[in-house]
Design a protein around this ligand. Structure first.
Ligand SMILES: [Zn+2]
Length: 121
């Protein structure tokens, strides 16, 4: 292989990996936008719940968990979705996360540098 072949190969490899990087970045920003959307939904549900609780307590001085069940379920579902979206982002960035001390580490790290526990994917 000539010098110029090698050069053009390495240039196209670089271009490929840059292309991958920019699709990754686009993917990550899309995922972040979906997370933000769900966080806003949660805030709206909190507000709705607060108004409902206030209204009930003001009029009847009583509220049961069952009345809030629908809203609670929605919030839990959104929180679960946010967790999954965050995991997807970490996968794309090739980053893992120590569940114990909540720091990010490189994908190939097996033990947390802070607490020494093993890190699971
Ligand atoms: Zn740790």
């Amino acid at each position: 292989m000539s010098f110029f072949d090698k050069l053009s190969n390495s240039v196209s490899d670089t271009a490929k990996s840059l292309g991958k990087k920019s699709t990754d970045l686009m993917e990550v920003s899309k995922l972040k936008a979906s997370i933000r959307k769900r966080e806003e939904d949660i805030i709206n549900l909190f507000e709705e719940m607060g108004q409902y609780v206030y209204g009930r307590l003001k009029r009847l001085n009583y509220i049961s968990r069952e009345e809030l069940e629908g809203m609670l379920t929605k919030i839990e579902r959104l929180e679960e979705e946010i967790k999954n979206l965050e995991k997807l982002i970490l996968d794309i960035k090739r980053i893992k996360y120590c569940e114990h001390c909540e720091i990010e580490v490189e994908d190939d790290v097996r033990y947390c540098p802070l607490c020494g526990r093993s890190i699971n994917k």
